[in-house]
Write a protein that binds this ligand. Sequence first.
Ligand code: AP5
Length: 206
Amino acid sequence: MPGEMRHPFRVVIVTGVPGVGKTTVLSHLERLAEDRGVKVKIVNFGTYMLETALKEGLVKHRDEMRKLPLRRQLELQRHAARRIAEDAARELGEEGYLLIDTHALVKTVAGYWPGLPRHVLEELKPDMIAVIEASPEEVAARQARDKTRVRSDIGGAEGAARLMEYARAAAFASAVHYASTVAIVENREGKAEEAAAALLDLMVNL
Ligand code: AP5
């Protein structure tokens, strides 16, 4: 295995529009993986960015980050990718899986922006980019139910449909750089555990 193309552990980047259910699916996957004796480390890219953004007094809440000037977001993105790779290298061996909860595309105040550009991929070297999807109406309903978050800037079902279309294309574009597979996983209403099982079945073949 050429060293520059892969980490010793497997890397699965999990993407999807805000509120589609990435975090929910990953919490089911963590339990299913444990049952099957599969070692996983799950991290949230936005949480790494937020730690730095809070420390620097740039934001008070994670949903404010995509409203920062782009140059600021770029620095947060670069720093997060490097720290995630370093932490995983310390904690995972060759049998482990790093799962990263993040975005292939971010709707920012300056336009649609890639969550997985070259400098991020160079750190993460993904074996797989998973795209979690649901119908735009389901996504909008989940966003509305989730009172802990501010996602009104996504634009409801219409905005989610557009973002989902562009984000799928962005995931395929990012996959080219490190020969990653792209897995489209449906997170149907009330079926997050099934989505987690489907993703786990795919990733154990990496
Ligand atoms: P992040 O925190 O990842 O933002 P998000 O996608 O808006 O939020 P979540 O990840 O919490 O949503 P989710 O899809 O996981 O849905 P959830 O499981 O909560 O990122 C924050 C910010 O960080 C970004 O906006 C950006 O600024 C920045 N960022 C991150 N990565 C970046 C990158 N690579 N580059 C640059 N910036 C980056 O579920 C939502 C609701 O739906 C819940 O109530 C849940 O119970 C419900 N639900 C889930 N699944 C189902 C189901 N199957 N049936 C019924 N209800 C369901």
